[in-house]
Each structure stands twice: as C-alpha cells, then as structure tokens.
Design a protein around this ligand. Structure first.
Ligand code: MOS
Length: 764
C-alpha cells in the first residue's frame, strides 16, 4: 500500500492561486448562525447514505471473524457453506485474488487480507456473498475453521515483558522509542521551587459512530465504483487501486453522506476491499456492512496510555522543566500511541523531555480518534498544571497566563500565525464566572461542588492540496464542485456560504457536488480538523475567479475599466456612475457562454510560521461524597480556531466535542477479559457513551473570533478536534476542587471515586 499523503516528507502543493486574496473586511453571509444546507434531507430521511443504496441484482456480504484473541488458522472448510441456499461466493486466504498484503509500514506489509495468523478477536477469516443478508449470515455459520489457539496479551505491561507471547516476529515493542528533548531537564528541575510528579492512565475508547462502516461495490467491466462510509473518497480510491492493482482512474469512490467517523473512517478498512473482490467474483453488485459488534472490535480505537509526568515551577509561575514518559498500546497492527506534543508546545518551558514507547497487544488496531493522543496528554498535563498552580498558590487561570507561547518551541521557535490562548482563558473565565465558581467549597448535603479549567492546543493546521470548481449558470444559479467529504460537521454549508459571500447568491441557489472521485476535484480526507482551513480558501479562490470573469463581462458591456466595476446584489455597477449598471441576468457575455467557470486552488501555508488552534474549557461539577457519583453541572468551551465561519456549526462542534470529552473522562472504556482476551462490552449497552442524561443542559460556546489572516485567505483554523481535547481534564480538575481528590485514572467512575473518598475519610 502506498504511503498516505499525511506521512509524506515534503509539504503537498497545488498551483498557487493567480492572486493573493485580501482578507474579508466585513462579511454579509460568513459568520452568520445559518442552519445546514442539507438539514432537511438529513433529518427527513431522504438523504441517501451508503446503507440506503439498493442496486438491482445486489448481493449481501458478511465476514467471518476470528473468535480468539490470538490463534493460527489451521484449516478453513467452506464446502458446506458454498452449497448453502443463496450463496454466490465464498472468499478465503486460499483464493489467489484475496492474497493482498495489508497494513502498510515503511518496511512493507505485516499481514494480509485473510491472514492465517490471527492477532486479535475479530480478525478476518473468510467472507461470503449471498442473495440475502440472512443467507450470508447462515453461510458464515456453516464455515468450519480449525484454530490453534495461542497465548495472548491484552495489556501493554505484560506484552513488553520478556517471554511474552509474540504478536509479531520482531517483538511486541513498536520499533524505537520516540524522544524529544530541548534544554536540560536536570537543570530545570534544580531551578524549580515546586515539583509535581504523577502517573496517569487513560482507557481505550471506541469511536462508535452512529452509522456503522460499510461499502457497496459494483463493477462495470474493469471499472470499479464503490459507495463507501468514508471521511475521504480520494484516500479510499488510492487504497483500493493499490490493493486491486488498478489505475486510479478505474476506481470511483462516492461518499456523499456519512453518519460520523471521528477518525475511524479516515482510512480504508478491509471490508471495502472484500466487497470489491466479491463483486468482481460474482459479477454482481455487493453490499457489505459490518455489524455494531464488529465496529467495536475491528475499525479502530483511541489507545490506552500510561503517562508519567514530572513538572517543576518557580513561585512566579515560570515552568522550569517537564518530563513525560508515555507508554501506549497500539493493538495488533502498526500504529502509534504517542501523546506528547502539548507537553512540548502548549506552554512556555525551557527544559522538556518526552519519551514515548508503543507496543502491540492482542486487540484491534488503534486508529486516528478525534485529536489522536491529545485528550490523553491533556488528562495528564492539565491535571499537573492544576497541582502546580496549587503548589505555588496561584489561581489555575492566572498560572496558565504566565506561560502563553507566541512561538512554537517544538518547531524551531517559528512564530505562530496567531495565538488566541490568552483570550480563550480570559474570556472563557469571564463568561463562566470563574472567580465566583472557585470561591470556596460549597456543600449541599452529601454533594460537594467545584470548578476546574484546562487548556489545549491542536496539532494539524491543514493546507494544500485542494482544488475546487465553481460554475455560475446563465440563470444565476451556482454549482460548487469539491472533493471534500462533509462528515457531519457542516462542511457543505460553510463552503456554500463562502460562495454566497463572494458572488452574492442565495444559499438555496447553490448546488454542491462533492466527495465523488469520478466527478469532483481532489481533496484530502476530512480529518485533522483541517477541512475548512484546507478547502474553504480554494472555494473562495474559485468563487473569486468567477467573479473576476463576470466583472470583466460587465466592464465590457458598460464600456468601463475593469477596476471601476463592482458586483453587488446581482448587479454590476460602475463606481461613481449610479445609472451605469447591468443585472447579471442581462450580461451578454454570460448569455453567449451560458456558464462561467472558476477554478480555485489552496495556497501554500506560510513556511516561516506555524499555525495551531487553541482552546480553554471550564467545568463545574458536584460530587456525592457517599456514592462517588459525579454530576456535571455545566461546561464552557472557549476556542481560538480563527474566523468563525458559521456561529451555529461552530457551536455544534464545541458542544459535540465536549460531549465526547465527557465520554472519555467519565464513562467510556474497552474492557478486555484477561482470561479469554475477548472484549466483554462490545455493544452499546455495556460500553457507555454519554446520553442526554449525562450531558449538562448548561453548555456554553465562547468563540474567540479572530481571523488568522496570515494562515489562509479565509482566516480559519481547525475546531472539531480541539473541542474535545481538554474536557476530561477540566472535569477532573473540578472533581479535585470539589473533593481534594486527584483522579489519575480515566474514566472517573463512581466505583473508583467512592473508594478514593473512603480512603480520604480513613486518612481523616
Ligand atoms: Mo480525525 S481523528 O483526523 O478524523
């Protein structure tokens, strides 16, 4: 498999735009709280998601998965399954077309599509395609597999011990310990007047998007079309082309609606390739959707981390040194479970050392999960910041304000294009009523109340490549053609607003063609919170290119110079001559041509600067000192993500991120049974995600609406991921403020907290 674009060493590019666009001064559409352009079709059920697709002659496929944590497949007997009613194809490792290398690393593949060495519960053994989903399920049960069960490890400590069962030949440690160092931490700790040192643990979290993963595959000769639940159609196109050895142009991937991914749909999954092979084998379209249970086992997770963090501070609030040692379990296949960059970059600190070691366990592979690594890092870093503040007698907000960076210490001291961290803390605290909320312990019967804060920074800025086409039709309606997926965040709405801003067209006159490799322009996957900062400048450039052409037509018709004319409310006007104007509908050039086309590219990021979104979140909780129950009373998120493009979708992201943060901090945990190696809570009943009962009604979004005009032509930075980074840590700090108990292991749950409260009572 080819390397994904985000692992390339050189920055990707698209052609530089013809003109450097000046930042918007005032906007009429951008920034407004507008509802989604596709809201009606989404809520009414008329939007066609991949699962809704029914093609004539379509078969249904299902995958047989290994029930053991670690096993060798000795024999797969498909004779009975093949003869079952309705079965049209059975696929196993014995079929040459299924011998596809899988899991890319620098050194080559580590496995294959149906690998006889099964390294986790849920690994693919065989697949069938049948006339109905039920016949497919029955056929799976008729496949007889002989396994040799192997010893397994489901926790990293055991996996890294000598003599542990080997998951890969080279050993269970992922090669290399990543070390980042600047300054001299020994010197920094010697300078400290207070030092805090603690070990924190986070739990493995599963994405569980509402829409499970699946694909519909159809061949037309040697041309493959796949409707997929993906965050990036071009990413899936490339992976499919590699796996099936097809030219990119023979693979069309369509993903126009999707129901949440959170990173689990950022890369291709095996089921998509399996659907394509089965469709070719049967010469029929094939639909393959995984079950909810499979989605818990096989399509990624946020890995568990153990983080030891030591930090030193002087009484004036200067951070003197930080030392983080992180260990993370990536699961059975290549991945990375690092967490470190906020320790190195969020606050000013001269002496920093980060050591990260990752290892394999017999469990599903980690995948990008909404701000990969960052909520884990926050859990440790922001709780240590809270303790340091207490140690030197500073308010936690005041303390953070002493260490606001204006340069990226991690990236060679390059300045940030914008740093809104101070405003996030100050304006967030003001809106939250921080001082009042911190004013002493308040008790209400057994309920103790407290407030906490945590800040964050996010890593990826976004950038090229991105190409967009805008077409302006003779009747004044517009087509926006872009490759980006709208993964539920409101991407389409924001892009349409950019077009409306430049061309003065009503939103309902703009149709969007997107996320189809056959008909739309190249875009990177919607991940890393980079879709708006990557693609909206290309949309703007395309809309401006259209506007320039319309203005040139107007100038010609009005016999004016091109720099004298302006476009306003559907008319081209000549500055200073009120009666020299023409409506776009009467523009001769447009009538002659019937359509005006503008192509836009994403400009390169400034190379001498670094761009990061920042944020600060505030939580107020009540803890029951008898039962350990925690009630989250309110949450506030203040974020610097550059320009606010749409006040409503912005707020949706902040509320959604905080909700997910409640899950990470309070309820979510993959439980692997030590006796069997199997996941015991692979369903929505036993795996607890926050419900309406767990999310406070009192949620506040405070946008720090400062356009980052140095970064790109729309002034936008990413938001979706930052919004979930500090939530759990803010809640943990609030729990500490309420109880005096530092909860180091996430998720905070009543059992754990009740026992910590009991210990505290014993100590008196
Ligand atoms: Mo995101 S975790 O980059 O989809």
């Amino acid at each position: 498999m080819r390397k994904p674009y985000f692992l390339l060493k050189t920055p990707p590019t698209t052609p530089e735009p013809a003109e450097k666009l000046a930042p918007w001064a005032e906007t009429t559409v951008v920034g407004k709280p507008l509802p989604r352009v596709d809201a009606y079709e989404r809520v009414s059920g008329s939007a066609v998601y991949a699962l809704d697709l029914f093609l004539p002659d379509m078969l249904y496929a299902a995958i047989l998965r290994c029930p053991h944590a670690h096993a060798i497949v000795k024999k797969v007997d498909t004779a009975a399954a093949t003869k079952m009613p309705g079965v049209r194809a059975v696929l196993t490792d014995s079929d040459t077309e299924a011998r596809i290398p899988w899991y890319f690393t620098e050194k080559g593949p580590t496995s294959r599509l149906f690998d006889p060495h099964c390294r986790y519960e849920g690994e693919e053994i065989a697949a069938v395609a049948a006339e109905t989903p039920h016949q497919a399920a029955d056929a799976l049960r008729a496949i007889v597999v002989e396994y040799e069960e192997l010893p397994f490890v489901v926790d990293l400590d055991s996996a890294l011990k000598p003599g542990a069962p080997l998951i890969h030949e080279g050993g269970n440690q992922v090669e290399g310990t990543l070390v980042y160092e600047r300054g001299d931490i020994a010197k920094g700790f010697a300078d400290a007047e207070a030092i805090v040192e603690r070990t924190f643990r986070t739990s493995c979290e599963i994405h569980t998007p509402m829409e499970v993963h699946g694909s519909v595959a159809k061949w037309d000769g040697n041309r493959l079309t796949v409707w997929d639940t993906t965050q990036g159609v071009f990413q899936v196109q490339q992976s499919l082309a590699d796996a099936l050895r097809l030219p990119l142009s023979n693979v069309r991937v369509i993903g126009q609606y999707m129901g949440g991914g959170f990173g689990s749909k950022l890369e291709i999954s095996k089921h998509t390739v399996i659907a394509a092979i089965l469709a070719r084998k049967t010469a029929r379209p094939v639909k393959l959707f995984i079950s909810r249970e499979e989605s818990f086992l096989c399509v990624g997770n946020r890995p568990a981390n153990t983080m030891s963090l030591k930090a030193g501070v002087r009484k004036d609030g200067t951070l003197t040194a930080m030392h983080l040692i992180n260990r993370g379990a990536v699961g059975a296949y290549p991945g990375w479970a690092g967490v470190g960059s906020q320790v190195a970059d969020l606050y000013t600190c001269a002496h920093v050392r980060v050591e990260e070691t990752c290892g394999h366990i017999n469990a599903g592979q980690e995948r990008a999960f909404r701000a990969p690594g960052f909520p884990q890092c926050s859990w440790a870093l922001e709780q240590v910041m809270d303790e340091l503040a207490a140690a030197i007698g500073l308010d936690p907000v005041e303390f953070r304000l002493t260490s606001i960076p204006v340069v990226s210490q991690r990236q060679g001291g390059k300045p940030y294009t914008s740093t809104g961290l101070r405003q996030c803390l100050v304006e967030g605290a003001r809106a939250f009523g921080w001082d009042a909320a911190r004013g002493g312990h308040r008790r209400n019967g057994p309920w103790l109340r407290g407030a906490g804060v945590a800040a964050c920074q996010w890593g990826w800025p976004g950038g090229p490549p991105s190409t967009v086409i805008v077409r302006y039709f003779a009747d004044g309606s517009v087509s926006l053609n872009m490759g980006a997926s709208d993964i539920g965040t409101g991407t389409k709405t924001i892009m349409a607003m950019v077009v409306a801003e430049e061309l003065g067209v009503a939103l309902d006159r703009i149709q969007i063609e997107h996320a189809d490799t056959g008909t739309t322009q190249y875009a990177t996957p919607s991940g890393g919170s980079k879709t708006v900062p990557s693609d909206s400048p290309a949309v703007r450039a395309a809309a401006v290119a259209v506007k320039r052409k319309l203005l040139a037509m107007g100038a010609e018709q009005l016999e004016a110079a091109e720099d004298e004319v302006v476009l306003k409310a559907g008319e081209i006007l000549v500055a200073g001559s009120p009666d020299k104007k023409v409506r776009l509908a009467e523009l001769e050039g447009l009538m002659n041509q019937q359509v005006v086309i503008g192509v836009g590219h994403r400009e390169q990021n400034p190379l001498d600067k670094v761009t990061k979104p920042f944020g600060a979140q505030f939580a107020e909780v009540e803890v029951n000192e008898r039962t350990g129950e925690v009630r989250i009373l309110r949450l506030l998120g203040a974020h610097d993500s550059g320009r606010v493009m749409n006040r409503l979708t912005y707020q949706n992201q902040v509320f959604g991120g905080m909700t997910m943060g409640i899950g990470f901090g309070m309820t979510e945990r993959r439980v692997l049974d030590r006796q069997t190696g199997k996941m015991v809570n692979s369903n929505w009943h036993d795996y607890k995600i926050p419900t309406a009962m767990d999310v406070p009604a009192d949620l506040t979004c405070v946008p720090i609406d400062v356009p980052d005009n140095e970064f790109n032509s729309t002034g936008t930075k990413g938001l979706g991921e930052p919004a979930t980074i500090p939530t759990a840590a803010a809640i943990a700090n609030a729990v500490y403020a309420a109880t005096g108990i530092r909860v180091t292991d996430a998720p905070i749950n009543p059992t754990q907290l009740a026992s910590l409260l009991a210990d505290q009572r014993k100590r008196g």
